[in-house]
Design a protein around this ligand. Structure first.
Ligand SMILES: *Cc1c(COP(=O)(O)O)cnc(C)c1O
Length: 366
């Protein structure tokens, strides 16, 4: 007895955990700076932690009002109907809900390469096929309508990531509109704004209000520092609203996650501090790291280092955990998340020591 043929499905490769690496190296975790998963270096909002404590003794009940309250709060924030807000376990959960709602077997989705692995994974779980548009390193991973449309062949879902992971590039709202206009009526354009808070560009949610073919993904994992709770959402076209009850996994967004997200939304000081630190740190890394970097609107910087896997491995031994981008299709690059000011400075010092011993070859391709 075996699972079905999963040979088409590539496993998700997460950034390494700090505990995991500390154990492997036989050192104390405090000796390591973890900048591999785009987590919030300031931790969760203290208000969210308080909300978790306060509601801990109610977890014997299924989450009902917590889910309703969070949905209403988000709908109010973005001025959309509550039905248009699909709360989910992480934005990843929303990707699955959109797959369930949109994809028939053998439908296709169009995803960026390099790009976030879960778009393709979710599509394949739902028996769809995957095609790619290429963002090129030589162009600084510029995202425009033409790049996407030249690869478009009538796919049911087109994924855009702004800011883009792992490069940090953004796509202008006008380009999203152009893509949505040029694609078929049955094509849903999904704009993934997992890092939206860190960017200076406008959210695409106003487009969702005015059209029926654009959806937006947002998460509490990054700027809000709640990655461990798994809570995110999508904002979907009005006509899609009633599909939620047919596609969502019952109670998948849990009580404590919903309560924490509600509290975090009101803790503007924490988000503002998180965004400010990320903006400072990405500038600092761009200026001070001894490697070519790409302009980033996220809480991470992509650096071209020659051999990403060797540099990430050496960095680990040098006390900094960073993300080798081989699994993104960029074996010449590493992605470094922004840390606190103190950790970012120290990480750059340590990384520059490593980079001095790993000179990228001039002709190495990202
Ligand atoms: C982190 C991330 C997500 C979603 O993360 P969740 O923790 O599932 O909310 C989605 N898209 C991109 C590009 C990401 O980097």
């Amino acid at each position: 007895m075996q699972p079905r043929d999963l040979s088409d499905h590539s496993p998700y490769v997460p950034g390494r955990g700090v505990e995991e690496v500390a154990r492997e190296l036989g050192i104390d975790r405090s000796a390591l700076i973890k900048l591999s998963s785009n987590e919030n270096p300031h931790g969760p909002s203290p208000a969210a932690v308080e909300a978790i404590r306060e509601h801990a003794d109610r977890v014997h009940q299924y989450p009902k009002s917590a889910h309703t309250d969070l949905t209403e709060r988000i709908a109010e924030e973005w001025n959309v109907d509550t039905e248009q807000v699909w709360v989910s376990p992480g934005a990843d959960g929303s990707i699955d809900y959109l797959s369930r709602a949109a994809l028939e077997p053998d439908d296709a989705v169009l995803v960026p390469s390099p790009g976030f692995a879960y778009y393709a994974m979710s599509a394949r779980y739902h028996h769809a096929t995957v095609s790619e548009y290429t963002l090129s390193a030589a162009d600084g991973f510029t995202q425009d309508a033409e790049t996407v449309l030249s690869a478009y062949g009538g796919e049911r879902i087109v994924y855009l990531t702004s800011p883009h992971n792992p490069s940090g590039s953004t796509i202008p709202l006008e380009a999203v509109r152009t893509i949505a206009d040029a694609t078929a009526e049955e094509t849903l354009v999904v704009v993934d704004e997992a890092y939206g808070e860190f960017a200076a560009v406008d959210s695409a949610i106003p487009l969702v209000r005015e059209r029926d073919d654009v959806a937006v993904l947002r998460t509490f994992s990054k700027a809000y520092g709640l990655a461990g709770l798994r809570i995110g959402y999508s904002v979907v076209p009005e006509a899609w609203g009633s599909a939620y009850a047919r596609v969502n996994t019952p109670f998948a967004a849990n009580e404590l996650a919903c309560r924490a997200a509600l509290a975090a939304l009101d803790d503007t000081d924490h988000v503002e501090k998180s965004v400010e630190t990320a903006r400072w740190a990405r500038e600092y890394m761009t200026d001070e790291l001894d490697a070519e970097t790409y302009p980033s609107a996220g809480n991470f910087v992509l650096a071209r280092v020659g051999d990403g896997s060797a540099v990430a491995e050496a960095a680990k031994h040098g006390g900094v955990i960073i993300r080798d981008c081989t699994s993104f299709g960029l074996p010449g690059c590493v992605r470094i998340s922004t840390g606190t000011r103190e950790d970012t400075r120290e990480a750059v010092t340590r990384l520059n020591r490593v980079l001095a011993e790993h000179e990228p070859e001039a002709e190495a391709d990202a």
